[in-house]
Design a protein around this ligand. Structure first.
Ligand SMILES: NC(=O)c1ccc[n+]([C@@H]2O[C@H](COP(=O)([O-])OP(=O)(O)OC[C@H]3O[C@@H](n4cnc5c(N)ncnc54)[C@H](OP(=O)(O)O)[C@@H]3O)[C@@H](O)[C@H]2O)c1
Length: 212
């Protein structure tokens, strides 16, 4: 399966770096060509830079490492190209609260995972993943021995979930499925399994077993 990372900001760049470090070939795309081309040049032949439209056409798994609002725009723009694709959503629907912290931009009881799932065309399969840690922890927490740290994920589709679990492994973490997309809120910011939520830290698979 071919994997594309759309958006090379804080999260997308680190996800792509972790995958490349795990020996994966990836496609990278950002708004302007420069960032993606720089990344590809530095990747030792593991990453290929494409325009977003070409990345969408070529990839089987599309990691949308862009803001919640940008994901909504993306899904509208590329809707007809997405059936049969696996869409990976790491988004946390938050904005600065004006007091030095963050607040949710959707209702407290909503998850961006469920809202995004409702916007997908038939045939596209959603996996909520790669959004439970801040970029710095995604970097420092990868490839820990002897017990790897966990990245939680949620999906309604077993095959899509398994494909993303393999990516999580390649990126240096242990994948732990928490359930379907209706459980997304648990692995979004402020959720009980999020680094910026009740969990507040990285955990191993053994520790995660007691939580899931
Ligand atoms: N930052 C974190 O530590 C963290 C942790 C967990 C989850 N997340 C989630 O991960 C997602 C990305 O966050 P981030 O902090 O990495 O954002 P970011 O630093 O702003 O990076 C997003 C990048 O994607 C580009 N982009 C936006 N729409 C695009 C499109 N349609 N095609 C190609 N490139 C596009 C942006 O370009 P422009 O700036 O030109 O629009 C920007 O370079 C968000 O949903 C966030 O909630 C972030």
């Amino acid at each position: 399966m071919k994997t594309a990372i759309i958006g090379l900001g804080n999260i997308g760049k680190q996800v792509a770096l972790n995958l490349v470090a795990g020996g994966q070939q990836v496609i990278v795309a950002d708004h302007g060509p420069t960032n993606a081309q720089d990344f590809a040049r530095a990747s030792g032949g593991k990453a290929r830079a494409l325009a977003t439209a070409d990345a969408v056409a070529e990839a089987d798994i599309i990691v949308l490492a862009i803001s919640f609002d940008a994901i909504k725009e993306f899904l509208s723009e590329y809707r007809r190209k997405l059936p049969a694709k696996i869409i990976v959503d790491p988004s946390n629907p938050i904005a600065p609260d004006g007091k030095g912290g963050f607040k949710k931009t959707i209702s407290q009881d909503q998850s961006s995972g469920q809202l995004i799932a409702a916007l997908l065309p038939p045939g596209a399969r959603l996996v909520k993943a790669f959004g439970t840690l801040v970029a710095g922890s995604l970097k420092s927490g990868a490839r820990r021995t002897p017990e790897p740290n966990v990245l939680f994920y949620a999906s309604d589709d077993r095959d899509a979930g398994n494909a993303v679990a393999e990516l999580i492994k390649a990126s240096g973490f242990a994948p732990v499925r928490i359930g379907g997309i209706d459980q997304s809120i648990r692995i979004e910011v402020f959720g009980d399994l999020h680094e910026f939520g009740k969990l507040g830290k990285l955990v191993t698979a053994k520790e995660a077993a007691a939580l899931v």
